[in-house]
Design a protein around this ligand. Structure first.
Ligand code: F6R
Length: 245
């Protein structure tokens, strides 16, 4: 657990942890797991600076999204494929054709279950995730694994909690426009990544961070599974670390 004075320094430390993890990737092309949301934006910008300075190169890297909304049409600006194209691919130079995102645009439950299984197969075919970037929800969610998610869960359809829909309403015209469901990597899928790098900043995350890192391992706090992973780097600013003992 690394506590930095502010969000920019936390992002720099997270970027160093990501590059270090990718440098140890064994396969022919490294695989980087990508979170959306506000938390990793500084980290993506720091990776972009590393590329500009010749310290990193993502041309061969595969990107694997953590999750996607269900029911947004392909190309929707708030769909996570578009978000990751804007906030990651164009910032660090990751090729759009090397970006994998679960297909949440399919219409019925059977098709969504197939999309979830296809996504697991795609990750396996890439050789697994070398470094998974994560944020944490104010309710302790990881990916869109809301409280109550099974600790061994795999990629599947989940209902978004009222809290998460409220938190994400800022990206949509109104609260009712936030999708009700998502496809998300499961907690078991996330734990399969060889390194986890979580970024959390701001006092709104302090309770969730404390519960995840110092509370019991429990499905009620999905991010508590981080305690179980042998190579987890948690990068916090002082506000997000305020609840730690
Ligand atoms: C994003 C994701 C979520 C976010 C979390 C924090 O792909 O899966 O778990 O990481 O909701 O969101 P922010 O960073 O916007 O506070």
């Amino acid at each position: 657990v690394l506590v930095a004075p502010g969000p920019e320094q936390a992002a720099e430390r997270a970027a160093a942890a990501v590059l270090d993890g990718l440098a140890r990737a064994a396969g022919p092309a490294p695989v980087l797991g990508l979170a959306t949301g506000s938390s990793p934006l500084g980290l993506y910008r720091a990776l972009g600076r590393a590329v500009a300075q010749g310290r990193a190169d993502f041309a061969d890297t595969h990107g694997v999204a953590l999750d996607e909304y269900v029911g947004l049409p392909p190309g929707h600006p708030e769909g996570y494929r578009q978000v990751l194209l804007r906030e990651v691919c164009s910032v660090v130079g990751l090729a759009p054709e090397r970006l994998a995102v679960p297909d949440g645009s399919v219409a019925d439950l059977d098709a969504l279950e197939r999309a979830a299984a296809d996504y697991e197969a795609r990750i396996a075919a890439l050789g697994g995730v070398d470094v998974q970037i994560l944020g944490i929800g104010a309710n302790g969610h990881l990916g869109f694994n809301e409280p109550g998610s099974a600790l061994a869960s795999r990629t599947r359809v989940k209902r978004l909690s009222a809290r998460t829909r409220r938190d994400n309403a800022r990206f949509f015209p109104g609260a009712d426009d936030v999708p009700t469901h998502c496809l998300t990597q499961g907690l078991g899928t996330i734990l399969d990544a060889r390194r986890l790098v979580l970024v959390a900043t701001g006092d709104g995350k302090a309770d969730a961070v404390a519960a995840a890192l110092e509370g019991p391992l429990t499905a009620s706090v999905p991010a508590s599974v981080l305690q179980w992973h042998p190579d987890t780097v948690v990068c916090l600013d002082e506000d997000a670390a305020a609840g730690l003992r």
